[in-house]
Ligand binder design. Structure first.
Ligand SMILES: Nc1ncnc2c1ncn2[C@@H]1O[C@H](COP(=O)(O)OP(=O)(O)OP(=O)(O)O)[C@@H](O)[C@H]1O
Length: 331
């Protein structure tokens, strides 16, 4: 794995059992996250973003399995660990400490029966050794870092006593308290209104600067990608179709699906006066993907050749796309 990378995913295949057969949810997914950088994983609903993050965290549901691939992770002590080879106990030690995750809906991850102070403190109790007074002090400091007003008093609040934005701040505090090197954020602001969303994104950027962590940022929102990402991997129907630095992805788009995502939403990358054009059709069910390029049935550029398998290939330095075209005109 590259010297600067903290995580390197190669050829990841994930399969789910159900109704007497197995379907492939991730096909040959590869990407790398640099130290201190943010990689956005972007795509429509069902493209495999969440399955990717669960596979990384070792949290796939019981009917899912990693059928192929390697997940190399650079430990804080410099060792490179292969996550697929770790035992349950080692994986648990990594989770929450070195790799932690925040989800879209904080209410489903916070326990309604415990105060937020207890829940943040619990992370320290599980992963670090310290007395109760130090734990309380560290928890208050963390709540202050995520800009929760009157942190010492708020410690004793229950999740339902807080607003959605405050609960998301608590989730971030829980994820950050052990100073992880990699934060996986799965649509962390989707459930919030626009002003609060902007505040949470600002906060994450600030914490990234302070802590130097890498972020895997999962989103379907190209506006959020533009604001947060250094690098972007675009997913479609369980595969990565384009990967590049954020500027190249927006200004030198190589895959028609990425172009479709950019054309279907307003944003500063659009030409003035241009109409928003939604991508026609929807993501095909995993069990009945077309042969060759999975996007071809929805693609305005499709040719008979697209029924053959298309590999992710280098179109420019640090720019990969799985398309027979050299590029598509800017959206
Ligand atoms: N436990 C499961 N059993 C069977 N299939 C599953 C399971 N979990 C996810 N899948 C399938 O894997 C595919 C990818 O799902 P995933 O949740 O990763 O998509 P996503 O891109 O994160 O979408 P969203 O934005 O809606 O969360 C979907 O087709 C989904 O049906």
């Amino acid at each position: 794995m590259n010297e600067d990378a903290i995580l390197d995913v190669r050829g990841l295949n994930v399969r789910f059992r159900g109704q007497g057969r197995e379907v492939t949810a991730l096909r040959d997914v590869s990407f790398s996250i640099g130290r201190g950088r943010t990689l956005a994983l972007v795509g429509e609903s069902g493209s495999g973003k969440s399955v990717t993050s669960l596979a990384l965290m070792g949290l796939l549901p019981p009917n899912g399995r990693i059928a192929a691939g390697t997940l190399a992770y650079r430990h804080r002590d410099g060792r490179v660990l292969e996550l697929t080879e770790l035992g349950e106990a080692e994986q648990r030690r990594l989770r929450g400490v070195q790799m932690s995750m925040i989800f879209q809906e904080p209410m489903s991850s916070l326990n309604p029966l415990f105060t937020i102070g207890d829940q943040i403190g619990e992370m320290l109790l599980l992963h670090e050794t310290m007395d109760a007074a130090t734990r309380r002090r560290r928890t208050i400091e963390m709540l202050e870092l995520v800009e929760i007003p009157e942190a010492a008093r708020r410690m004793d609040s229950y999740p339902h006593e807080l607003s959605g934005g405050m609960r998301q701040r608590v989730m971030i505090a829980m994820a950050m308290i052990c100073k992880p090197s990699l934060l996986i954020a799965d649509e962390p602001t989707t459930a919030l209104d626009v002003t609060i969303q902007a505040q949470i994104l600002d906060l994450m950027r600030q914490l990234q600067k302070d802590f130097g962590m890498s972020i895997l940022f999962i989103t379907h929102d190209m506006g959020v990608v533009a604001e947060m990402a250094d690098d972007v991997a675009v997913m479609y129907a369980g595969g990565v179709v384009e990967q590049a630095g954020v500027d190249a992805l927006f200004n030198d788009t190589r895959h028609p699906y990425t172009k479709g995502l950019l054309s279907s939403i307003p944003g500063p990358w659009r030409r003035r006066g241009e109409r928003l054009v939604p991508i026609p059709g929807s993501v095909p069910p995993l069990a009945s993907l077309p042969p060759g390029c999975a996007f071809a049935p929805r693609c305005g550029y499709a040719e008979p050749r697209c029924r053959e398998p298309v590999a992710l290939t280098r179109k420019a330095p640090d720019h990969l796309a799985a398309c027979i075209l050299e590029g598509v005109e800017a959206p």
